[in-house]
Design a protein around this ligand. Structure first.
Ligand code: PHE
Ligand code: NA
Length: 515
């Protein structure tokens, strides 16, 4: 960030920047995958509980922490936490948050770069006349470096670098640049997201079923939304749910601190925090579950989704859907959908650059330019392994450790700091200062008890899971849930029966016989 006295241009600008920060690829691509991998309806209950008892409280904590630190002229998590408590340890914890940002930004920008590339390929007509297998194949080639046969050598690397350059350039322009991108990107994203969601809903047994006789959009929605209670005691599901909540509302790594540091003491934070949080949840739970899953289920069937759930799912399916719309409409749909994913992505990845830049400014008095370019360079170095070894699972490792575990750890620590060290008395006053709404008092008690306890439990209970990750003994949730789901929902109706064909530590194969 550049000039000293910088602040948000307007309240609308602030809200859109914060909403842009929250609404991202997490809503459209990560949420459906997390939901599917953790049992669909089995995931939803822990997910909603986490939003209410950890998500909302953490939003209050981060907004007020940021505004508080900003009052003392600080713009980065380490310095902001330092104003709240004595002891260098908090500064180091803040630095840990910055590392999380860099790690997440590095793989996040890789997906963001796919969206740029897919806009390009929609325009030049690469997807025209391709069938579903060819579309899937295109994606697989695109993400296998060295095997690129998309015409441009090292295409995915090139788009990745371009994407980082663009982020860096906008960041070097300071807060105003971020605000401008959000003002364009967020409204557009909502508009086209709405259109596609309607399309996802109406993809029933009609047209799609002629091409894929066993596929149905509603299978996808049923799977997502049929609650399953047996997962409630599974810590793995809770960790995934908490991780997704933090990831999607952008807490647990300090971006909200940095944005809120540019607020004035009299500015509202309570209503703003809640609005940004609920807006994000609307986009995630409604738009996020109505697009990729039902559309993929509509064209490829639930079996395919259960076996292929990943960030890439939308890239492997949506171009084919658009081809069915034909001609100019196909091109336009491709441009808008991937373009809007791009806007969702960039308004979030920009946020991930601000903690590093703020820290360089607080610590070394670096200019916004220097901060931005150094950030871009570091993200590039950290990110290249995910680009080159995408298909070897490196990507998922980054997303697990940086995008899930680290967020929960950081959220736990900052809640303890806020509630018990800074003190809830001061903290509660800080949340309510300038507030445009009366924050229900229950949140005050939650922040001191339920929020840190649940966070602590999730972390503690997940230690075996983390251990298995390290020792590579990971067992796959997908297999277990898919099996249970099919046993429950299909055998009994006599429509389909499924067996788990082969299972090893890292992969599953399911085979289904249709009757
Ligand atoms: N919330 C963003 C998304 O859903 C990702 C993000 C996480 C952005 C953390 C900033 C900080 O895509
Ligand atoms: Na989000």
């Amino acid at each position: 960030m550049s000039a000293k006295g910088e602040s948000w241009g307007s309240r609308v600008g602030l809200i859109l920047a914060m909403a842009g920060n929250a609404v991202g690829l997490g809503n459209f691509l990560r949420f459906p995958v997390q939901a599917v991998q953790n049992g669909g309806g089995a995931f939803i209950i822990p997910y909603l509980v986490c939003f209410l008892v950890m998500g909302i409280p953490l939003l209050f904590i981060e907004w007020s922490t940021g505004r508080y630190g900003g009052r003392y002229g600080n713009h980065s998590t380490p310095y902001i936490l330092d104003t709240m408590a004595k002891g260098r340890i908090w500064k180091y914890i803040g630095v840990f948050g910055i590392f999380t940002n860099i790690a997440v930004a590095s793989y996040y920008c890789y997906i963001e770069s796919w969206t740029m590339s897919y806009v390009y390929h929609s325009i030049v007509g690469t997807f025209n006349e391709l069938d579903q297998t060819q579309i899937t194949d295109f994606f697989n080639r695109y993400t296998t470096i060295g095997k690129n046969t998309t015409g441009i050598p090292y295409e995915s690397v090139i788009f990745y670098v371009v994407c980082l350059l663009l982020n860096t350039y906008i960041l070097s322009k300071g807060l105003g640049g971020i605000e401008k991108v959000a003002k364009i990107g967020v409204p557009l994203l909502l508009l086209f997201g709405g259109i596609l969601a309607v399309r996802g809903l109406t993809l029933g047994t009609d047209g799609a079923s002629e091409m894929f006789p066993n596929a149905n959009a509603w299978d996808g929605l049923n799977f997502l939304w049929t609650p399953q209670y047996d997962s409630l005691t599974n810590p793995k599901v809770w960790l995934a749910a908490a991780g997704q909540i933090f990831f999607t509302i952008s807490v647990g790594m300090g971006t909200v601190h940095c944005y809120a540091a540019y607020l004035k003491s009299k500015d509202d934070i309570a209503l703003n925090a809640v609005s940004a949080g609920f807006m994000n949840e609307f986009v995630e739970v409604v738009l996020g579950s109505l697009i990729v899953i039902p559309i993929a289920a509509g064209y490829l069937g639930l079996d395919w989704i259960l076996q292929n759930a990943s960030f890439g799912m939308a890239f492997q399916t949506m171009p084919y859907l658009f081809q069915q719309w034909g001609g100019v409409l196909a091109t336009l749909a491709g441009v808008f959908w991937f373009g809007l994913l791009f806007f969702a992505g960039i308004t979030s990845s920009l946020a991930m650059g601000t903690p590093w830049m703020g820290f360089m400014r607080d610590e070394f008095n670096w200019s916004g330019k220097k901060g931005a370019w150094s950030f871009g360079l570091i993200a590039l170095i950290v990110g290249l392994p995910t680009v080159f070894f995408y298909n070897q699972g490196v990507f998922d490792e980054y997303d697990y450790w940086a995008g899930t575990v680290s967020l929960v750890v950081f959220a736990f620590l900052e809640t303890v700091l806020f509630a018990w060290i800074f003190g809830i008395k001061k903290g509660w006053a800080e949340i309510n200062m300038g507030a445009d709404i009366k924050v229900p008092i229950i949140f005050k008690y939650m922040i001191v008890t339920v929020t840190p306890l649940l966070l602590g439990w999730v972390l503690f209970a997940s230690i075996p899971d983390m251990f298995n990750k390290v020792t590579n003994k990971d067992t796959n949730n997908k297999e277990w849930f898919a099996d249970a789901y099919y046993a429950e929902n299909f055998d009994s109706e006599g429509k389909k029966s499924g067996v788990v064909e082969a299972v090893d530590d890292s992969s599953i194969k399911l085979s289904f016989t249709n009757e």
